[in-house]
Design a protein around this ligand. Structure first.
Ligand code: 3HC
Ligand code: NAI
Length: 692
C-alpha cells in the first residue's frame, strides 16, 4: 500500500506514503480509492483529510511509470479525482512542502484545501514536455483566474502557497500545525451540503479572446522546438471557451499526444539523467561526506575567478591564491566587475552583492589557505606547474582537505601521485564561464577515496551544477568526444563545406553553436596547442590541416577579431570570411580533392555519429557510468539540443542499426578508418537494443 488510512475519531485521514515525493503511481492511486471506500462506508466518519507523509504532499504523477501501462491502469488519476470530487462527505487536502502536477490536480478535486506557508505549488508538466493531464488546465483557471493559471501552466514555475492565499485555491494558509487546522476545518464543514466543487466555478475573464490570442503569439515565439507550451494555451483556453467536460476531453487528447512525443521523452530522460548522474553503483548513498565550510582556489585567471564565484554564490567563503599581487588584483577586479554587471542588470540585490564580494578574499601565501576544507587548483595547463602546486599543497594543507584539479587534459592520476595523499585528490573540471555553465565533470582518479567523491557530488549540487563522474582518460568524457566531432568538421571543410554551412546545419537542429562559431568563441589556439602535442604523441591520428593554417594566419577567434569568421569591433556577430573560404578551397586543391556539394543531413550525421561512436568506447571502457551521464555532459556543457535528449538518446531515437548503416556509408569515403563502429555500438545495433 502506498497510502495509509486511519480514523481519528470522526475524521478519516488518508496519508500518501510513497517516498521520496509521494508520486501518484498505481499503488498509491489504488490505496487512495480503497481509503475513500472505507471512509464512505463508515457512518462514524463525517469528513476526510488527505495529506502526504515525509517531504511532500505530492510531486505529481509517478514519472517513472510513464513508459509502462501502469501509468494508465485503473484507477487512473482521473478516476481517483472523480472519487474525491463526487464524495458525499467533505474531502479536505492538507498541503505542505511540495504540491505539484498531479498532486495539485488531486487537491483541486478536493472540496477544500488548506496549506502550510512555503509549500511549493506548481503545474510543472510543461518542463517534461507534457501538460497537466488530470484536470489541471480546467480547474486551476477556475480558482486562480485565467491569467495566473496560464502563466503557471506555461512556465511550470512553482509559487509559494502564501502568495496564493488570496485566491480561491486555498481556503486557509495555516501558520500553525497543519493537521490540527485540517481537523478543526473538517469539523466545521462536516455538515455543509451541497459540497463545493471547483468544476462548478465559471471562469470570468472579459475579452478573453484578445488575451488568448496575445498568449498564443507570445508562447509560439518562445517555445522553439517544443510543442507543449502552445498546447498548454489551447487546453487552458478551453476552460473559458468550452463546457467543463469538453475541456477535460480536449486536455486528455492533448496530453496523450504529448506524452508520446520525442520531445517529452527527451525531457523526461534529462530529468532522470540529471538525478542518476549523482549516483555511483559503488558509492552508496550513505557514504559519509567531509564538511566543506571553506574553499581555496589556486590561480585567479579565467577559470579560477569563475570557480570562486560559484562558492561565494552558495554562501561558502573562498580564498584565491596567486603568485603575484598584480595577477591577484586583476583576478579579484574581474570578479567584482562580474558581480557589478549582475547588480546593474537587477539580478542581484545590493545586500547579496556585498555578501558575495565579501566572501571572496585574496592571498599570496599558502600558509593562509592551509585550513581550507577544499582547494581547487586552476593554474596553467602544464604538468610542471601542476607538480609544483600539488607538492606545495601536500606540504601545507591540513589533513583531510580535498585537493582538486581543474585540469582539462592532463592525467589526474599523475597529478595525484605528486602528493602523499592521492586518495584526497580529485578532478573538478568546470566549463567556461565557470560561474555560468551547469556542467561539472568530476574526475575520479584510480586512488580517489569514496568519501571524497561523495563530498564533491554533494558540493556540486550545492553550487547548482550537474555533476557527472568521469574516469581518467585524455579529454575525459566531453572533450574526448568533441575531438572526433572537430576532426569530422575539419574533414567536411576539405571535402566541400564552408564553416558557415557546417555551423548552420547543426544550429538548425538546435545546437547552441556550430563547431566553427564555438571555436571562434573558445579560441582556436587551444585546439592548435593540443593538436601539436598529439602530432608528437599520437602521430597515427589524422586531422584536417585547415585549423592549423587558420591559426598560422593568427586568426584565433573573437579574441583576435578574426577566426573562422570575420568580426567587427564591439560586435560578436560572425561574418563569413572570404579569406578563410579561399584558404579552405586552396587547401582542398593542394590535397587534390575535388570539392563536392554536401547535404545538411550528411553534416549532421557525421558530426553527431562521430560523438556517439567515441561515446560507445567511453561507456564500454567504464569512463562513464551510464549512457545518460554522457547525455548530461552534452546537454549541460556543450549546447547539445535539449529536445533531442543528448547524443546517446538521439542515436537511440534514430535507431542504432540506422546509425551503424550510415557509418558504413561514410567508411567508404576519405578517412574511412574513423567510422569503424565501437564494439558496444555494433553489438547493441545487432541485438536491436539501445544505449539508454
Ligand atoms: N515521479 C517519480 N519520481 C519523482 C517525481 C515524480 N513526479 N518527482 C521527483 N521524483 C523523484 C526523483 O526522481 C528523485 O528520485 P531519486 O532520489 O531516486 O533520484 C527524488 O524524487 C527526489 O527528487 P529531487 O532530487 O528532484 O528532489 P528535490 O527535493 O530537489 O525536488 C521536486 C523535489 C520539487 C518534487 C522535484 O523532484 C520535481 O520537480 N519533480 C518533478 C515534479 C513534476 O514534474 N511533477 C509533474 C509530474 S507529471 C504529472 O503529474 C502528470 C499529471 O498532470 C497527469
Ligand atoms: P589562465 O591562464 O587564465 O589562468 C591561470 C592563472 O594561474 C593565472 O592567473 C596565473 O597567474 C596563475 N598561476 C599560474 N601558476 C601559478 C602558481 N604556481 N600558483 C598560483 N597561481 C598560478 O588559465 P585558465 O584558462 O583559467 O585555466 C586554468 C586551468 O583550467 C587549466 O588547467 C585549464 O586547462 C583548465 N580549464 C580551462 C578552461 C578554459 O576554457 N579556459 C576550461 C576548463 C578547464
Amino acid at each position: 500500500m502506498s497510502a495509509e488510512y486511519k480514523a481519528e475519531g470522526n475524521i478519516a485521514v488518508i496519508t500518501l506514503t510513497n517516498p521520496p515525493v509521494n508520486g501518484l503511481g498505481f499503488a498509491t492511486r489504488h490505496a487512495i480509492v480503497e481509503g475513500m471506500k472505507l471512509a464512505l462506508n463508515d457512518d462514524a466518519i463525517t469528513a476526510i483529510v488527505i495529506t502526504g507523509a515525509g517531504k511532500a504532499f505530492s510531486g505529481g504523477a509517478d514519472i517513472k511509470e510513464f513508459n509502462s501501462p501502469k501509468a494508465f491502469a485503473e484507477p487512473s488519476l482521473h478516476t481517483v479525482i472523480n472519487v474525491l470530487e463526487s464524495s458525499e462527505k467533505p474531502v479536505i487536502a492538507a498541503i505542505h512542502s511540495v504540491c505539484m502536477g498531479g498532486g495539485l490536480e488531486l487537491a483541486l478535486g478536493c472540496h477544500y484545501r488548506l496549506a502550510s506557508p512555503g509549500a511549493q505549488i506548481a503545474l510543472p508538466e510543461v518542463k517534461l514536455g507534457i501538460l497537466p493531464g488530470a484536470g489541471g488546465t480546467q480547474r486551476l483557471p477556475r480558482v486562480v483566474g485565467l491569467e495566473l493559471a496560464l502563466n503557471m501552466i506555461v512556465s511550470g514555475t512553482p509559487i509559494a502557497s502564501e502568495k496564493l492565499a488570496k485566491t480561491a485555491l486555498f481556503n486557509e494558509v495555516v501558520e500553525g500545525d497543519l493537521m490540527q487546522a485540517a481537523f478543526a476545518f473538517a469539523n466545521k464543514v462536516a455538515a455543509v451540503r451541497p459540497l463545493p466543487k471547483v468544476r462548478d466555478i465559471k471562469v470570468d475573464y472579459p475579452n478573453y479572446e484578445a488575451f488568448l490570442q496575445f498568449s498564443r503569439n507570445t508562447v509560439r515565439a518562445m517555445s522553439g522546438p517544443f510543442p507543449a507550451p502552445l498546447k498548454c494555451v489551447e487546453a487552458v483556453a478551453a476552460a473559458v471557451t468550452k463546457r467543463f467536460d469538453d475541456g477535460m476531453k480536449l486536455e486528455r487528447d492533448l496530453f496523450l499526444e504529448l506524452v508520446q512525443s520525442t520531445e517529452s521523452k527527451a525531457l523526461r530522460h534529462a530529468f532522470f539523467g540529471e538525478r542518476a548522474a549523482s549516483k555511483l553503483p559503488d558509492v552508496p548513498d550513505d557514504t559519509p561526506v567531509r564538511p566543506i565550510k571553506s574553499v581555496a582556489v589556486i590561480g585567479a585567471g579565467t577559470m579560477g575567478g569563475g570557480i570562486a564565484m560559484n562558492f561565494a554564490n552558495a554562501g561558502i567563503p573562498v580564498q584565491i591564491l596567486e603568485m603575484k599581487q598584480e595577477a591577484l588584483d586583476k583576478g579579484l577586479a574581474t570578479i567584482r566587475k562580474n558581480y557589478e554587471n549582475t547588480l546593474k542588470k537587477g539580478k542581484l540585490t545590493q545586500e547579496k552583492f556585498e555578501q558575495r564580494v565579501g566572501l571572496i578574499t585574496g592571498t599570496l601565501s599558502y600558509e593562509e589557505i592551509a585550513q581550507a576544507d577544499l582547494v581547487i587548483e586552476a593554474v596553467f595547463e602544464d604538468m610542471g606547474v601542476k607538480e609544483q602546486v600539488f607538492k606545495k599543497l601536500d606540504e601545507v594543507m591540513k589533513q583531510g582537505a580535498i585537493l582538486a584539479s581543474n585540469t582539462s587534459t592532463l592525467d589526474l592520476d599523475k597529478i595525484a601521485d605528486f602528493t602523499k595523499r592521492p586518495q584526497d585528490v580529485i578532478g573538478t573540471h568546470f566549463f567556461s564561464p565557470a560561474n555560468v555553465m551547469k556542467l561539472l565533470e568530476i574526475v575520479r582518479g584510480k586512488k580517489t577515496a569514496n568519501d571524497v567523491l561523495a563530498t564533491i557530488l554533494g558540493i556540486s549540487k550545492k553550487i547548482k551544477k550537474t555533476g557527472v563522474v568521469s574516469g581518467v582518460c585524455d579529454g575525459f568524457i566531453g572533450n574526448r568526444m568533441i575531438e572526433q566531432y572537430s576532426r569530422q568538421a575539419g574533414f567536411l571543410l576539405e571535402e566541400g563545406c564552408t564553416p558557415e554551412q557546417v555551423d548552420k546545419a547543426v544550429e538548425k537542429l538546435g545546437f547552441a553553436m556550430g563547431p566553427f562559431r564555438m571555436g571562434d568563441l573558445a579560441g582556436n589556439d587551444i585546439g592548435w596547442y593540443i593538436r601539436k602535442r598529439r602530432y608528437v604523441e599520437k602521430p597515427q591520428i589524422t586531422y584536417s590541416k585547415t585549423a592549423d593554417l587558420l591559426c598560422e594566419m593568427g586568426r584565433f577567434g573573437q579574441k583576435t577579431g578574426a577566426g573562422w569568421y570575420d568580426y567587427k569591433p564591439g560586435d560578436r556577430k560572425a561574418y563569413p570570411s572570404s579569406v578563410v573560404n579561399d584558404m579552405i578551397v586552396k587547401h582542398s586543391a593542394d590535397l587534390g580533392i575535388t570539392r563536392r556539394k554536401i547535404s545538411d543531413q550528411e553534416i549532421v550525421e557525421r558530426l553527431i555519429y562521430s560523438l556517439v561512436n567515441e561515446a560507445a568506447y567511453i561507456l564500454e571502457e567504464g569512463i562513464a557510468t551510464r549512457a545518460s551521464d554522457i547525455d548530461m555532459v552534452y546537454l549541460t556543457g556543450y549546447g547539445f539540443p535539449l529536445h533531442t535528449g543528448g547524443p546517446m538518446f538521439y542515436a537511440d531515437t534514430v535507431g542504432l542499426p540506422n546509425v551503424v548503416m550510415a557509418m558504413a556509408k561514410y567508411a567508404k569515403g576519405r578517412h574511412g578508418d574513423a567510422w569503424k563502429p565501437a564494439p558496444l555500438l555494433a553489438r547493441l545495433a545487432e541485438e536491436g537494443k539501445t544505449f539508454n
